[in-house]
Design a protein around this ligand. Sequence first.
Ligand code: SIN
Length: 291
Amino acid sequence: MKFPAFDLGQLEIRPLDDALGAEVLGLDLSQPLTPYELERIHQAHLDHHVLVFRDMRITPAQQVAFSRRFGPLQIHVLKDFQLAGQPEVLVVSNIKEGGKPIGLGDAGHFWHSDLSYKDKPSLGSMLHAQELPSEGGDTLFANQHTAYEALPQELKKLIAPLAAEHTYLAKYEELRERSPWRPKLTQVQLDEVQPVVHPVVRTHPETGRKALFVSEHFTTRVVGLPEDESRAVLDELFERSVRSEHVMRHQWAPHDMVFWDNRSVMHLAAGTPEHLRRKLYRTTIEGDTPF
Ligand code: SIN
């Protein structure tokens, strides 16, 4: 495809030295994007899986508008942590005001791919930094394509036909014990998060590349295997999926916006010292049913 010269601007995609990820330079997300810019971002997202946009002075409404360019947005089941007036924005924060948490402070405590417990898990998510701690608070991303490609042939063969159950409830009670402010789910919320089954190895719908699609947070069992075999397969895959060679660490800088592909990576919040404040806004874009 040819683009007119006046459209090209300063946009540069600079790959990071890690297992994945790239910085997007020369773009202001508070301004409307040209079709050329949008297509470059889309392609970079497929190529690098995690995109970092530095120093983005954008409003929540602008984050929502940018996210919508990639698909319909998903609303998190924990409505308590929606941003006021902007239900598509989930507040991820350890801050308490008047003794009450303003956000989901322990989001990302276990490795996961966002909303893998839905029939249509998330295509991608964006996190925009609002308030950052002076230490800690990093986010880790693990490349599930390279994790799959590095598996021994025997293991690849074993898992090729397998499917696994994902449920939002897998670790919910454990998280509630650690974070008692997590609400007890209502029947309406429970109905929203019925368990689903997805292939253990999914094929990226746009690139055709295979990726592991099981996580410590949401995957409970391999369908059709006895409990002990299912546990053994999942434990082995969990361990292999987050080996250091597949992982990049994002150290947040003020106003960073990070946009990742949930079909290609898992992520983890590495932790923030309790006395330090951290707040980010998350939007989540709906994807396809995995195959
Ligand atoms: C998340 O899992 O979406 C939050 C990750 C983070 O807080 O670093």
